[in-house]
Structure formats: C-alpha cells, structure tokens
Ligand binder design. Structure first.
Ligand code: GLU
Ligand code: ZN
Length: 331
C-alpha cells in the first residue's frame, strides 16, 4: 500500500492524460506506468482523458495510437473515451462548453481580466526561472486598464486573451518531492485561461476536468510541477478540493536530454517493430524507478505490490546508452 498519507477514507481516482500530439515514447511510458502503479497500488480507479484542445498539435490518429500503445504495455483504465463512464465525455475537445462556463464564473467573480499584449510584447518580458515550462513572467501590464483603454485597444483590432489574476503563494505536499512552496511570480504570474484566438488554456481545462471527474490523485512528470500552483489556485477559486499530487522525475536519454518526439528510436511503436516485448520495457522502467532489483521482464500487475512512493528517485533518471540493446536482449 502507499505509505505516504493517501487518505484511506477517500476512494482514489487517478488519470492518464495523454495529449495526442505524437506517438508515445519511453518517457511517456515511464510516467504513465508510474501513474498506473501509484493509483492501482492504492486500490484506485483510473480515468483515461484525452487532452486534445491544442489545435495546432493534436491529431486524432495519435489519440487512437496512444490508446493502443498503452494497452500494449499492459496499462488499463476504467473510464475513458473508449469505455465511457459516469463523467463522460473524457475527450477535452468535447468539453469546450463546460470550460467556457467556468471561465464565465471566474469572470463574474472578478478573477479575470482581458490582456491585449501581443506575442512579441510578451516575449520580451522578464524571464521566469522555469521559463521553458511557464513562459516569461507576466508583469500584470493589462491588469489596471480602464474601460476606455480597453475600448481603444479593441478599436485597434487587438483581440484579448483572458488572464487569471492571482497573487498568493501556494504550498502543497507532493508525494515524491515533499513540501513544495512557490510564489505567484515564480509560477509565471497571471496566466491566460483563454488565448486571444479563443483556444482554452491547458491549465484551465486540466483543473476543470480533475475537479469534474473527481480526481483525487494526479501523477505526472516533474516538468509540470511549476504549473501546479496555478491549478491549485483554480481549485481554490472554484471552491473545490485540489487532488493530491505526485510529480515523478523525468526520464532522460543517455546524454541527459529529456525524451521527446525527436527520439524516434524510443517510440513504443519503433521498439515493438524491433521485436521488443512490452514486459521488457515495463520491467526495465520499473528497474530504473527502483521498483525492481534487476531489469527483468515484468507486467505492470506484477509490480503493483512492490510499489511505494518512497522508492522513487527524486532526480531525473537517465536511460543507459545501451537501452535499446538491453531491451532487445530481454525480449
Ligand atoms: N496532457 C498533458 C501532457 O501530455 C499532461 C497533463 C497533466 O497530467 O496534467 O503533457
Ligand atoms: Zn497584457
């Protein structure tokens, strides 16, 4: 069982939340496996949620392939776009009206303001320490604009994004990192809920879905940690209880570069085509996570009992240079 204070009275509900912007690679497999293990070892249910609202990057074909790859790895879920469930729909692009409704509520409560800054202006603003993840710090340029100034900008043809106004420091306990405390500026400052082209921001959609789908445990990559205070603030403003968070370390290639789409040899479908078995992958990832003593083939269900948050490393984990070879050797 999980020893790190998951409330035994609350049924655990976790989610696998892929974005259909590419094929799954070992880095995705790693965080989804750890999520699955964390939730299942607590006797929890899993929701599969397809996060497809980024119109430039999402492709329906990737969504189908991701479901297939996850199932191939031996990861299952109880509710999702393919299975339905009590909180359907589980595809974000089918929930746009709900996001608009929440944005209206937040606006009525006075928590938002239109921002007319152009992309170019935003780019030149001060950089945050986690710039890659949260973007430049937004200094609140448009916060104090009066009605006349807003009209003037709209008359120039500027279409505003809508930002959430926050200022608090957020702290929370992470199951991997322990106590985390972050100031608002450190998280990037006031952030958009809706882009100027109308696209809903990831932060808003994720918080609304976690709330509506009664998610109690969020397990995801440490790259998202700087965004978590934004989501916790949204929960607070919406009078909802934030889930518990576990940000698992990132998996890096042997040179220390985060696994991404360009690592085509690390894509699950490439490994499958080379004859690598899903158990070889799962066993190797579980070994790197400190959950197995050696890299030996294993199915996710074989590892559930040995799972504990304390065993997971806190720092990024590197794949060896020989990972493909060793995976092939295990098949
Ligand atoms: N869909 C996001 C991604 O693939 C993950 C969101 C989350 O876990 O909160 O990066
Ligand atoms: Zn602005």
């Amino acid at each position: 069982m999980n020893s790190l204070s998951l409330d035994p009275k609350t049924p655990v509900r976790g989610r696998l939340a892929p974005s259909p912007t590419g094929h799954l690679h070992l880095g995705n497999a790693w965080s989804f496996l750890l999520c699955w293990l964390g939730v299942r070892s607590a006797g929890g249910r899993l929701v599969l949620r397809m996060e497809d609202i980024d119109p430039e990057r999402s492709r329906p074909q990737f969504a189908d392939d991701i479901l297939r790859d996850l199932a191939w790895l031996g990861l299952d879920w109880d509710e999702g776009p393919d299975l339905g469930g009590p909180f359907a729909p589980y595809t974000q692009s089918e929930r746009l009206e709900r996001y608009a409704e929440v944005i209206d509520d937040l606006t009525r409560l006075g928590h938002t303001y239109p921002c007319y800054c152009t992309r170019k202006e935003l780019k030149t603003m001060a950089s945050a320490p986690h710039m890659e993840d949260v973007g430049p710090i937004y200094p609140g340029t448009c916060l104090g604009l009066g009605a006349a100034e807003r009209r003037e900008r709209e008359a120039q043809g500027r279409r505003p994004s809508l930002r959430l106004h926050g200022k608090e420091e957020v702290h929370f306990r992470d199951l991997v990192h322990g106590q985390v405390q972050m100031g608002w500026a450190e998280c990037g400052g006031d952030f958009p809920l809706r882009r100027s082209d109308g696209v809903i921001a990831y932060q808003l959609a994720v918080a609304v879905d976690d709330m509506d789908q009664c998610i109690s445990l969020v397990v995801r990559g440490a790259d998202i940690l700087p965004c978590t205070p934004r989501q916790i603030l949204l929960f607070r403003l919406l009078n909802a209880q934030a889930p518990q968070y576990a940000h698992v370390p990132l998996l890096l290639d042997h040179e220390g570069v985060r696994l991404a789409k360009r690592h085509q040899s690390c894509e699950l479908r490439a490994l499958r085509e080379q004859g690598v078995s899903p158990k070889a992958i799962v066993g190797h990832l579980a070994y790197l996570a400190g959950l197995l003593p050696t890299s030996a083939p294993a199915a996710p269900v074989d590892i559930v009992d040995g799972f504990a948050w304390e065993k997971l490393p806190r720092n990024p984990v590197k794949l060896g240079t020989d990972v493909e070879m060793s995976l092939r050797g295990l098949s």
